[in-house]
Design a protein around this ligand. Structure first.
Ligand SMILES: [Zn+2]
Ligand SMILES: [Zn+2]
Length: 137
């Protein structure tokens, strides 16, 4: 928590109450959409509107406090940028998001660089399919 407070301050932004509430709501609830965050915080903080949640998430993402992820669902999901970098697999049945180790992707990027001479700056790969439980049904 302290980490992102310092980050905001170092970039000249105040840690307003709404920024704190929204960033905190992502602790322990990774890969949340703006609407899910809104649903979680509105009970305790009726002053926060959905558009404020969207605006705040945009700012936090711009400042690298949160990471915005698009899993092809028609809306974005967010997680704290303080989480270790990892990749995602998404279940098309239940929407579960499974995280997996970044190192496999590093390896893949390295192979592509070797074969094509491409220089990778960042990568974001999502696997699409079914989770173990849904596949068993
Ligand atoms: Zn599933
Ligand atoms: Zn994640």
């Amino acid at each position: 928590m302290v980490e992102f407070e310092n980050l905001l301050r170092s970039k000249g932004y105040r840690l307003t109450n709404q920024r704190r509430i929204i960033a905190r709501s992502l602790e322990g609830a990774r890969h949340s959409s703006a609407e899910e965050i809104y649903d979680r915080v509105k009970g305790d903080h009726p002053e926060l509107g959905l558009s404020t949640v969207y605006r705040t998430l945009d700012l936090l993402t711009e400042l690298n406090v949160t990471r915005k992820r698009d899993f092809g669902e028609g809306y974005a999901r967010y997680e704290l940028a303080t989480e270790k970098i990892h990749q995602h697999a998404r279940c098309r049945e239940c929407g579960a998001v499974i995280e997996f180790n970044e190192e496999l992707m590093e390896y893949l990027a390295l192979q592509v660089e070797r074969e094509t001479g491409f220089t990778t700056e960042w990568h974001e790969i999502t696997l699409h399919g079914m989770c173990e439980e849904c596949a068993a049904k």
